[in-house]
Design a binder for this molecule. Structure first.
Ligand code: URP
Ligand code: ZN
Ligand code: ZN
Ligand code: ZN
Length: 488
């Protein structure tokens, strides 16, 4: 397929300029003025619109088996929904059960993901430790294109990594040129607070945020940062939701530590009043970890994105329908909030929500929008400039963006599966009109043409001395000096 996108303004993280974009096969082949249309090319008129790199969602959980159920969106429906929102690559998570070989889990997830409509890649979680984990981490980096390992510091009695696991895994990641990432919450503290709340009869979804106050997150963020500092590893903290964690990142960065932070679209725009809604189904629909926070925390996250202490935006897309969320109540109506499957959606809405709340408000420029929706992710996880840039030679993953068009987000009209939308009723200005994935027009003005199995696995090379300019370059250099040209 040959596609010529004509008359738009190309927006990259570093600059915006008027140019046509020509795509042939799965690559961008030319970016420039008045490009000539090859015979049989499909022409997209982008007049008055922006042409940006397709979004990279650094954090999704398609069809995740979790808390006794399985997330509703599978790799096909979830990636297709992403394409409808301008996201062309997802970074999902392989999460082995404790004692399960990492390689076995990796192959299971690869099988599930074969039906993806968009490109995908995996962080692999280290949920336990022994010599086989050490060995499998090496195989994953060297033979399977994995350069990031995830550690859940929460979810005690399930997938929580203890300090021994964190330290051994961070050290191993450094040795391999991979970047450790953490879900930062003190799982023991969460567990104890949950038990106390249940014992006091505070059992409904309103108890969820009370069991996970900002200090719970900040303690774990500070601990992970301290471990990374001692071992000399870079660190990426997923779903930073509160000012206290952000402060920990800012302090570490001011000391010269390579710490990167991710903000979720939901945490940026939804506040904790959702847990006090009198409708328990509504409140349960918003149960995710870390929980939604007060508006002061939201303001801090926007400052972090603009000020450079937060680098990526993601969604933690992990959808459960109302019936699954109802696991929090038994037949007699007795609630136990600790049983509500944790997770919310957003892969379809992220770009629109971040544009509407970020760019329209002046909090972010269009170039900064590209930085936090694709370019920084590509740099941190070593797939730049294949992804995250509009230039000849890059993947033809593009979104054509109408800054004036509006859309009202709703479960009734979403492509994502399920009956819940945490952005329900929000009208956004700035929406994708066309999405190109690997050079194919997969979304055109409401017409989703996602193709099951068209997505490709994206292997991500380890960081070595030669790519020290990459964000996490020091990982492969054992702490030797590295230039930081890649990250603003
Ligand atoms: O509540 C959440 N975030 N569910 C998905 C798993 C995780 O913690 O990322
Ligand atoms: Zn070793
Ligand atoms: Zn998490
Ligand atoms: Zn997650």
């Amino acid at each position: 397929m040959t596609v010529l996108i004509r008359g738009g303004t190309v927006v990259n993280a570093d600059r915006a300029f008027r140019a046509d974009v020509l795509c042939a096969g799965d690559k961008i082949v030319a970016v420039g003025d008045n490009l000539e249309a090859p015979p049989h090319a499909t022409i997209v008129d982008a007049g008055g619109q922006y042409v940006m790199p397709g979004g990279i969602d650094t954090h999704t959980h398609m069809q995740l088996p979790f808390m006794g159920t399985v997330a509703a969106d599978d790799f096909y429906t979830g990636t297709a929904a992403g394409l409808a929102g301008g996201t062309t690559t997802i970074m999902d998570f392989v999460i082995p059960d404790p004692r399960q070989r990492l390689l076995d889990a990796f192959h299971t997830w690869r099988g599930w993901a074969a039906k993806s409509a968009a490109d995908y890649t995996f962080h692999v979680a280290v949920t336990w430790w022994d010599d086989s984990v050490h060995e499998d981490m090496g195989t994953l980096v060297r033979e399977h294109g994995v350069n990031s390992f995830k550690h859940f510091m929460a979810y005690k009695n399930a997938i929580m990594a203890d300090d021994e696991t964190l330290i051994k895994s961070f050290r191993r990641a450094l040795e391999l040129g991979a970047i450790p990432t953490v879900h930062a919450e003190n799982g023991e503290l969460v567990y104890q607070l949950q038990r106390e709340l249940l014992a006091r009869g505070v059992r409904g979804p309103e108890a969820h945020p009370l069991s996970r106050p900002p200090e719970v997150e900040a303690e774990a963020a500070n601990r992970a940062i301290a471990i990374a500092a001692v071992l000399g590893t870079p660190l990426y903290i997923v779903h930073v939701s509160c000012a206290e964690s952000l402060d920990a990142i800012a302090r570490a960065r001011a000391r010269g530590q390579r710490v990167y932070g991710e903000a979720l679209a939901g945490h940026l725009v939804i506040d904790d009043s959702v847990y006090r809604n009198p409708d328990p189904a509504y409140a349960r629909a918003h149960v995710m970890s870390p929980p939604f926070r007060s508006p002061q925390h939201q303001a801090a996250l926007w400052q972090g994105l603009r000020g450079g202490n937060l680098h990526t935006t993601a969604t933690d897309h992990c959808t459960f329908c109302a019936a699954q969320k109802a696991a929090g109540a038994d037949a007699q109506g007795q609630e136990d909030f600790t049983r509500i499957p944790n997770g919310c959606g957003g892969v379809e809405e992220r770009m629109m929500v971040v544009w509407d709340a970020g760019v329209n408000s002046g909090a972010l420029s269009p170039c900064e929008f590209v930085a936090v929706t694709s370019a920084n992710a590509a740099r941190i996880f070593n797939i730049y400039p294949r992804k995250g840039l509009v230039a000849a030679g890059c993947d033809a993953d593009l979104v054509v963006w109408d800054p004036l068009a509006t859309r009202t987000l709703s479960a009734a009209t979403q492509f994502s599966k399920g009956d819940v939308n945490v952005f329900e009723g929000r009208t956004v200005r700035g929406v994708p009109t066309h999405t190109l994935a690997a050079g194919k027009l997969v979304y055109v003005n409401g017409d989703l043409r996602a193709e099951q199995g068209a997505g490709r696995y994206v292997a991500r090379p380890a960081f070595t001395g030669a790519d020290a300019g990459g964000a996490a370059g020091a990982a492969g250099m054992h702490g030797a000096p590295a230039t930081m040209a890649a990250i603003p």
